[in-house]
Design a protein around this ligand. Structure first.
Ligand SMILES: [Fe+2]
Length: 148
């Protein structure tokens, strides 16, 4: 996940400070996932709480970690990049080639890739008869509004 974010940061030419935010979010997310202290649905919240306790004060970084599995309409770039990295990291098995292609598009076509992934998530959930988190719906709507 961090490797993917580093690659994107290089290709997108973001500042060192912004790159550092992306990597901090990835690190904070992974730190908790690996300890498996929390169930999947809440590990973002647990990781964000712990990061805040440990002194992380960047709201964008904390919100990125907190909402990475459902999406969040008020995210800045770090939230969107962490969400993309989580969805597109090469370690995941299903649709490996499709995800690699999408990952390559991120640096020059980020928002469209983002919409594609959120649409896919929503489709999968409705097909499976599962509920959609209102935060995900809000995130989707915010992406649609921003589109041309
Ligand atoms: Fe996660």
């Amino acid at each position: 996940m961090a490797a993917l974010l580093e690659e994107w940061a290089d290709q997108m030419g973001v500042s060192d400070a912004e790159r550092d935010r992306w990597l901090r979010a990835a690190w904070l997310h992974d730190a908790l996932r690996e300890t498996r202290l929390a169930a999947n649905t809440t590990h973002g919240a647990a990781a964000a709480d712990r990061a805040a306790n440990d002194g992380e004060t960047d709201r964008g970084v904390l919100d990125a970690v907190r909402y990475h599995s459902c999406g969040y309409a008020r995210w800045d770039d770090v939230g969107k990049m962490l969400y993309l990295a989580d969805a597109l990291e090469p370690g995941r098995k299903p649709h490996r080639k499709e995800r690699a292609r999408l990952a390559e598009r991120v640096p020059h076509d980020r928002d469209r890739v983002l919409r594609k992934i959120v649409a896919y998530e929503i489709r999968q959930r409705t097909r499976g008869g599962r509920p959609i988190d209102p935060l995900t719906t809000e995130f989707w709507n915010s992406l649609r509004r921003g589109s041309t």
